[in-house]
Design a protein around this ligand. Sequence first.
Ligand SMILES: [Zn+2]
Length: 99
Amino acid sequence: MPQQTSISESRCPQCNAKLDTIADPTAPDARFKPGDYVVCIECGIILILSADLSPRPPSGAEWHAVICNRELFVSLKKLQLKVLSFIQWQKQQKPPLKP
Ligand SMILES: [Zn+2]
């Protein structure tokens, strides 16, 4: 279990999921700081941490910086894919809804 960092509670701007914890499964000792990128575990959207560590959508300029940084862009896309396949896996664990 990766180390989790508690953050002031906020909502995912895309899916409205409650966000109060962040963790990096690839770096268990990760320390998060403002400006780090995170992926919502409920919907897979890429967000950036504000000064108080609450996640928000990146600005146009911040997106531009990501796209221009190939290494960062690729690692974010890989992380997003991992989260999306986790979401898919989680959905399959739930029994199908009856009509
Ligand atoms: Zn979300």
